[in-house]
Ligand binder design. Structure first.
Ligand code: ZN
Length: 561
């Protein structure tokens, strides 16, 4: 077995894969796919990369039986139900940074949604992953969105580098979703902000985005009724109290003039997909001489998850509507006669609220206690060492990366990290504390992501440029929200598999589908798509590997068996 390097050989293999497979062999290896057309010859003309924010492998498995729309098509393709966002910091920005770069956060530089940069002189020391800090203005609470922190190219950028005619387009409900999938060299990029889709500073909205915003304006002015509750959602349709917040039985009625209700609902995803289809027309995607890339990050599942948890009627309705919206989206592409290939995955998984889990057989889950916070540690250790406690230890939440004040000498830093670790390990909520030195000394993990140690998971999201002085990992089932509040009752971000494991689904018309339950990684997506379009990428550019997407004897990675 060897990897074909020459582009001409790639093309030859792709053409060979496109040829009909011997019926006997096909019958032996898999049942006949429901879509009977042959794979079109040559590379697909459009790559569609979809990320569903917070779409865990667990909820994919839970709702799979109920899907009737777009997911049905995708599950006829190459199905990897145990894809891994293999790193420890399972947040939106790191997760999105892996999908089309083929690199783990250790290499993308996107170690978290936000990190502390003590060299920042304007505004707070917390730096958002998709923010250009150099453009901060004193007194402004807003930030300038940018992919500036992303250290590696995306697939769309590789495609444009190989052929500048290739178009690289991204749309999302979140700026970080669009920018981390699109990268630096991006033809059109839009994300939802407040009441409308917006784009990068200094760019004008195209006519399509203007039209889409006008359509949403009309909906927001009018409002809309509840979504129907499918029969299979009924058992989840029950109010549960999380602190002061009641969740579990929301049906997404949209009050006129309430864009927040629009954002935290299936309507945001449908609007994002509508905009994507309109951009396909405006930008003539898939009609080019070379393949184009359309990245779509759908954020509503995450907003619904954070606001209501993963096991209420809200998530059930959200996934039902998302499935239908995806079906309409694919049908729109079909109608245009575009030869496209799709990958669908997620930036991270998710976890339900402890209050409901307690009623459902999972007693060992809770919200994190106050002693894990940087403020609590600063108070204790400031007193112990006679140091000003304010900003002695900094973090962006009660888990993940923590930073020590930068002017401390290295010996004292070491002592404080040891003491912080000893204090934290007495907490019933803490599983492990790792210093940056320990993480940096851990070799980059290899092999199945299921088996990685916690240190290896942390290594995959450690980058010395942005990472903290130590990392705190909460125990499995401990939710990093001390007190539920409206809009934020549940979360993700842990190194545990409920947050790491996501489905990875590939589909192209006529492909021989299959299901492979072993663990693969989201960093495998970019090399797999690159091979599918015959794009030559320099050796060592990816952390991931090419996955053969042909369930039969063909091999989309260009490997001759
Ligand atoms: Zn996310």
């Amino acid at each position: 077995m060897f990897r074909v390097k020459a582009l001409t050989r790639y093309a030859a293999v792709l053409l060979a894969c496109a040829a009909p497979i011997l019926p006997l062999a096909a019958q032996e290896v898999s049942p006949a796919p429901a879509v009977s057309q042959q794979v079109p010859a040559g590379a697909p003309k459009l790559l569609v990369a979809i990320s569903i924010d917070q779409f865990s492998a667990d909820i994919f498995a839970q709702y799979r039986q109920h899907f009737t729309g777009g997911f049905v098509r995708l599950t006829q393709g190459a199905v990897f139900p145990a894809g891994y966002q293999s790193h420890a910091a399972t947040e939106t920005c790191p997760g999105h940074s892996t999908i089309l770069t083929g690199n783990r956060p250790a290499h993308t530089g996107i170690i978290a949604n936000s990190w502390i940069d003590q060299t920042v002189t304007t505004g707070p020391k917390v730096v958002y992953c998709a923010e250009d800090v150099s453009k901060r203005t004193a007194g402004s609470r807003d930030y300038v969105a940018s992919p500036v922190h992303l250290l590696v190219p995306t697939l769309g950028e590789w495609m444009k580098k190989a052929n500048p005619a290739a178009r690289n387009i991204a749309v999302s409900g979140k700026d970080r979703g669009a920018l981390m999938m699109g990268g630096h060299d991006i033809d059109q990029v839009y994300w939802w902000k407040g009441k409308q889709f917006v784009t990068l500073a200094g760019r004008q909205l195209g006519p399509t985005a203007v039209a889409q915003n006008a359509e949403i304006d009309r909906l927001l002015a009018k409002g809309a009724g509840e979504f129907p509750l499918p029969a299979y959602c009924r058992r989840a349709d029950r109010a549960v109290q999380a602190g002061d917040v009641s969740v579990g039985n929301g049906h997404f009625a949209l009050k006129a003039g309430e864009p927040e209700q629009f954002r935290v609902s299936p309507r945001l995803d449908r609007a994002t997909l509508d905009l994507a289809v309109k951009l396909v027309d405006e930008q003539k995607l898939g009609r080019n001489t070379v393949p184009d890339l359309l990245a779509v990050s759908l954020s509503a599942t995450d907003y619904v998850g954070h606001a209501t948890g993963t096991e209420g009627a809200e998530m059930c309705i959200q996934l039902t509507q998302l499935d239908l919206a995806l079906g309409d989206f694919f049908a729109s592409l079909d109608k245009r006669g575009i030869d496209y290939a799709v990958v669908l995955t997620a930036d991270h998984g998710g976890f339900d609220i402890p209050e409901r889990l307690h009623e459902q057989g999972l007693e060992k889950t809770s919200r994190v206690g106050p002693e894990v916070s940087a403020e609590a540690l600063s108070a204790t250790l400031g007193k112990r060492y006679g140091l000003e406690p304010k900003s002695l230890i900094l973090s962006d939440g009660p888990a993940g990366d923590y930073w020590l004040r930068k002017d401390l000498d290295i010996g004292l830093k070491g002592k404080i990290i040891d003491d912080a670790s000893a204090i934290l390990m007495t907490s019933p909520f803490v599983e492990k504390v790792l210093s940056a030195a320990e993480i940096a000394a851990t070799p980059m993990p290899q092999g199945s992501p299921e088996t990685w140690t916690l240190a290896e998971r942390a290594r995959a999201s450690y980058n010395p440029l942005h990472s903290g002085d130590f990392v705190v990992m909460l125990k499995r089932g401990v939710v990093a929200i001390p007190q539920a509040r409206k809009g934020y009752v549940a979360t993700h971000g842990s190194p545990w598999d409920y947050d790491r494991r996501v489905p990875i689904l590939f589909w192209r018309k006529g492909m021989t589908g299959f299901e492979q339950p072993s663990g693969v990684e989201t960093v495998d997506i970019a090399p797999s798509l690159a091979a599918l379009i015959g794009l030559k990428i320099p050796q060592g550019a990816f952390d991931g590997r090419c996955l053969d997407l042909d369930g039969g004897v063909g091999n989309t990675c260009g490997v001759v068996k």
